[in-house]
Design a protein around this ligand. Structure first.
Ligand SMILES: [Zn+2]
Length: 58
Protein backbone atom coordinates (compact mmCIF):
# COMPACT_ATOMS: atom_id res chain seq x y z
CA UNK A 1 0.00 0.00 0.00
CA UNK A 2 1.14 3.51 -0.70
CA UNK A 3 0.02 6.17 1.69
CA UNK A 4 -0.50 9.89 1.72
CA UNK A 5 -0.55 11.59 5.05
CA UNK A 6 -3.36 14.09 5.54
CA UNK A 7 -3.00 14.96 9.22
CA UNK A 8 -1.25 13.31 12.16
CA UNK A 9 -4.05 10.77 12.38
CA UNK A 10 -5.64 10.75 8.94
CA UNK A 11 -4.00 9.14 5.90
CA UNK A 12 -5.07 7.92 2.48
CA UNK A 13 -3.94 4.58 1.12
CA UNK A 14 -3.91 3.12 -2.37
CA UNK A 15 -3.65 -0.64 -2.77
CA UNK A 16 -0.79 -1.54 -5.13
CA UNK A 17 -2.65 -4.59 -6.41
CA UNK A 18 -6.21 -3.54 -7.10
CA UNK A 19 -5.78 0.27 -6.88
CA UNK A 20 -8.57 0.50 -4.36
CA UNK A 21 -8.38 3.66 -2.29
CA UNK A 22 -8.87 3.71 1.46
CA UNK A 23 -8.65 6.38 4.09
CA UNK A 24 -8.43 6.52 7.83
CA UNK A 25 -10.85 8.94 9.39
CA UNK A 26 -10.69 11.30 12.35
CA UNK A 27 -12.45 8.63 14.39
CA UNK A 28 -9.73 6.10 13.57
CA UNK A 29 -11.66 3.78 11.29
CA UNK A 30 -10.55 2.66 7.82
CA UNK A 31 -13.06 3.54 5.11
CA UNK A 32 -13.28 3.31 1.34
CA UNK A 33 -12.14 6.65 -0.06
CA UNK A 34 -15.25 8.09 -1.63
CA UNK A 35 -15.20 11.39 -3.59
CA UNK A 36 -16.87 12.96 -0.55
CA UNK A 37 -14.17 11.73 1.83
CA UNK A 38 -11.50 12.83 -0.65
CA UNK A 39 -12.88 16.36 -0.53
CA UNK A 40 -13.02 16.29 3.26
CA UNK A 41 -9.41 15.10 3.37
CA UNK A 42 -8.31 17.84 1.00
CA UNK A 43 -9.76 20.55 3.19
CA UNK A 44 -8.40 18.81 6.28
CA UNK A 45 -4.93 18.76 4.72
CA UNK A 46 -5.11 22.45 3.82
CA UNK A 47 -6.29 23.37 7.29
CA UNK A 48 -3.68 21.16 8.92
CA UNK A 49 -0.79 22.59 6.89
CA UNK A 50 -1.87 26.15 7.63
CA UNK A 51 -2.29 25.45 11.31
CA UNK A 52 0.96 23.58 11.71
CA UNK A 53 3.00 25.71 9.30
CA UNK A 54 4.04 22.67 7.31
CA UNK A 55 5.28 23.58 3.84
CA UNK A 56 4.77 20.29 2.07
CA UNK A 57 3.60 16.80 2.88
CA UNK A 58 4.87 13.96 0.75
ZN1 LIG B 1 -6.63 -3.86 -2.82
Amino acid sequence: MVSKKITSHVAEYTCKHCKCELTTTESGTLDVLTPELKEINESLAKFYRKRHQVQSVA
